[in-house]
Design a protein around this ligand. Structure first.
Ligand code: CS2
Length: 503
């Protein structure tokens, strides 16, 4: 990403002072931002939270709430802070669909911080009684988990560092634990932790992870967290690619001001939240969020149907040299493959989802994936497969096997991931593999010498990804082997053609 903080543009910068210069049809905060105080501390300042949580919250502020502003914290780098501060943390959300662009300036992010040099300030803020919710979007790997079972990875370098130096944490579990400890010591009632990442049973899992981390620090603190901190589960959804330079140019052209880090996403958004908040919450339902007692059916539907299809499309596409999800949907074969994935392997694993027709949900997904305005790179989605495969594809595969059925398209998707790990597409171009296990996985894949059996044996043995029960299933294993063999010898197109004859 180039030039995110500095400016080469001749346009004035987006800021409170320049809001009046926006074209009349650009939505902007109409509330008095100086009268809004922070109630939410958000960790993980990427595009997703700014296109999702912050837009729901903006609507609540627009409706009159005054004590639910957000302060965003980046755990990874100060780059987003550097981009947002000069513009009073205002930024643009550009939604695109059917050739229609809609620009909105969002005001709910009151401040941006970075733990790299503001850790003390962040912890001080977390102790303040007006902060009643800590929300997180740190991606699956940000929880330092063992993805197959959803427990704390105690060998993770950041976890080791945080256990050695717990008052200066660098990981999300370490930061939450230290904030909870300080708050308790100050006699301030505990905040609610709202996880907004794509993990199955995200609140339950992160509660287990944080409790374990705290217990390793101090068993009494672990018990305190277990007994006193609420971690409601959530299902979050909005397709929001990483911001590209072309997006900055489109936003500048649309609003007549320079925005160093806008967000481009689809208009669709969905948020289902378990209503268990210790110290209150914004009335997010007034902005369209759905408050429920049990998120699980919604979350399974979304993680499997949307994210499972995304990952399948991503691995096949990266190998075939297809750059975006919209391009993949324009391919004659790929949409048929994900239809088979939905109908044969994923929909049958879902419990009834209240108020939802799941078949219609997948039809709507096809439309969302086809949206050419949202250039969602397949290489971006292909990242962190070690974290994404278990909830998206491997758990449903195991569910099907337990139900006495055999998954049809999931073995193909898993084989595509293995072929992807070779790091070179069918045009001979190399690409980087971004995954916390990248080194280990690419070494196993390469040592397989393009021999499918050998590659599958090596990768199935990675227990942090493959549940032993699934790896031991002969039919599943031989399915993955034969698709991988075909991908290696005949390529994606021929493999999909053959697959569709039998699907
Ligand atoms: C995607 C998700 O990058 C990915 O792995 O599948 O970011 C997806 O776009 C969101 O979950 C949609 O809500």
């Amino acid at each position: 990403m180039s030039n995110v903080t500095g400016s080469t543009s001749k346009l004035p910068r987006l800021s409170l002072a320049s809001l009046g210069a926006l074209p009349a049809d650009v939505k902007r905060p109409r509330y008095d931002r100086s009268a809004v105080s922070a109630g939410i501390l958000h960790i993980g300042l990427g595009a997703f939270c700014r296109g999702h949580l912050a837009t729901y919250t903006d609507q609540i502020l627009e409706a009159g709430a005054r004590d639910w502003g957000i302060i965003g914290v980046d755990l990874m780098s100060p780059a987003i802070r550097a981009a947002l501060k000069p513009q009073d943390c205002l930024y643009t959300v550009l939604t695109r669909e059917d050739g229609v662009d809609h620009f909105q300036v969002v005001g709910s992010m009151l401040d941006a911080m970075a733990t790299s040099d503001q850790l003390r300030d962040v912890l001080d803020l977390a102790v303040r009684p007006e902060i009643r919710i800590v929300t997180l979007t740190v991606t699956e790997k940000g929880y330092c988990q063992d993805a197959a079972i959803g427990t704390l990875d105690e060998t993770h370098p950041m976890i080791r560092a945080d256990l050695a130096n717990p008052t200066a944490p660098c990981s999300a579990p370490g930061l939450l634990t230290e904030a909870i400890r300080l708050r308790r010591a100050a006699g301030v009632p505990p905040f609610t932790v709202l996880v907004c990442d794509n993990l199955a049973q995200n609140g339950i899992k992160v509660r287990r992870i944080v409790t374990r981390f705290a217990t390793l620090r101090d068993p009494e603190l672990g018990r305190f967290i277990e007994d006193n901190i609420s971690f409601p589960c959530t299902m979050v959804d909005r397709i929001t690619p990483a911001t590209q330079d072309a997006d900055r140019a489109a936003v500048a052209a649309g609003i007549g001001l320079e925005d160093a880090w806008p967000v481009v996403c689809e208009p669709f958004r969905q948020w289902v939240i378990e209503d268990r908040f210790a110290l209150g919450r914004p009335k997010w339902e007034d902005a369209g969020a759905v408050m429920v007692d049990d998120v699980h059916p919604f979350e399974l539907m979304k993680l499997r149907c949307l994210n499972g299809a995304h990952s399948t499309l991503a691995y096949l596409s990266v190998v075939a040299g297809i750059e975006t999800i919209a391009d993949a949907m324009a391919d004659p074969l790929l949409p048929k493959v994900i239809r088979s994935l939905w109908d044969n392997d994923l929909i049958p694993t879902l419990p009834p989802v209240p108020g939802t027709d799941v078949a219609a949900y997948t039809v709507a997904l096809e439309g969302r994936f086809r949206n050419p305005g949202v250039r969602h790179k397949t290489l971006q989605i292909s990242s962190d497969g070690s974290q994404k495969l278990p909830p998206r594809l491997l758990e449903p595969a195991l569910d099907r096997i337990k139900a006495g059925a055999s998954p049809k398209a999931i073995p193909l998707a898993v084989a595509a991931w293995m072929r992807f790990l070779l790091g070179v597409n069918e045009q001979g171009q190399t690409y980087a593999i971004s995954d916390p296990f990248a080194e280990r996985l690419t070494t196993i894949a390469k040592n397989g010498n393009r021999n499918a059996k050998q590659m599958v044996a090596g990768l199935f043995a990675v227990e942090d990804i493959f549940f032993p029960e699934l790896a031991a299933n002969e039919a599943f294993r031989s399915g993955v082997e034969s698709y991988l063999e075909s991908l290696l010898t005949h390529g994606v197109k021929q493999t999909l053609t053959d697959f569709l004859k039998t699907a």
